[in-house]
Design a protein around this ligand. Structure first.
Ligand SMILES: CC(C)(COP(=O)(O)OP(=O)(O)OC[C@H]1O[C@@H](n2cnc3c(N)ncnc32)[C@H](O)[C@@H]1OP(=O)(O)O)[C@@H](O)C(=O)NCCC(=O)NCCSC(=O)Cc1ccccc1
Length: 141
């Protein structure tokens, strides 16, 4: 049976109160990839008017884990990730695109790029992240 990746991912995403609080949208999901966006607004910015690093981290964390969870075929959690903020995010919205680079029995190593998008639709890379996503659930011994 073919898995409905987008439907499965949307059902989990909509059950995340924090994602709903931020007004985030899961805009794409595939067998080993995910895209999440947040519209820029003053409430998510830091004191210089840049999108707060915590929001960029949220986007990377969530996109990495959706990509990894889809690649692993079920419920998953972020074990760790690392992020580089390479340019301030100033624009209309921020979007994170993640994919699983390596998937093994227990874990998926995933990479993510976060872009800020201008009113004209121009994308600029603002952060890059890599994380390890593991299967969720207790070990049955
Ligand atoms: C500054 C650095 C970290 C390092 O730069 P370097 O390696 O020396 O490289 P370089 O100088 O080449 O710059 C690279 C690019 O960056 C641009 N640019 C640089 N500075 C500015 C500027 N002032 N304004 C505008 N743009 C600036 C620069 O034009 C260039 O862009 P381009 O290639 O021409 O298009 C840079 O990577 C960066 O800003 N990252 C994003 C950091 C970020 O947004 N963090 C999250 C928010 S903080 C937070 O939430 C937490 C918090 C808690 C408590 C209190 C406060 C905050």
């Amino acid at each position: 049976m073919t898995m409905d990746h987008a439907g499965f991912a949307q059902s989990i995403f909509k059950a995340q109160p924090f994602s709903m609080f931020l007004g985030a949208e899961l805009t794409a999901a595939g067998p080993d990839s995910a895209e999440i966006r947040v519209t820029n607004r003053p409430e998510i910015q830091q004191q210089h008017g840049f999108v707060h690093g915590g929001v960029l981290s949220y986007l990377a964390d969530n996109a990495l884990t959706f990509a990894g969870g889809l690649a692993l075929g079920g419920d998953a959690l972020t074990a760790e990730y690392k992020i580089n903020y390479v340019r301030p995010a100033v624009g209309e919205y921020v979007v994170a695109r993640a994919e699983a680079t390596v998937t093994t029995r227990r874990q998926a190593v995933c990479q993510c790029s976060v872009y800020v998008v201008s009113e004209q639709g121009e994308e600029r890379l603002v952060a890059v992240a890599q994380g390890t996503i593991v299967r969720a659930g207790k070990q049955e011994d």
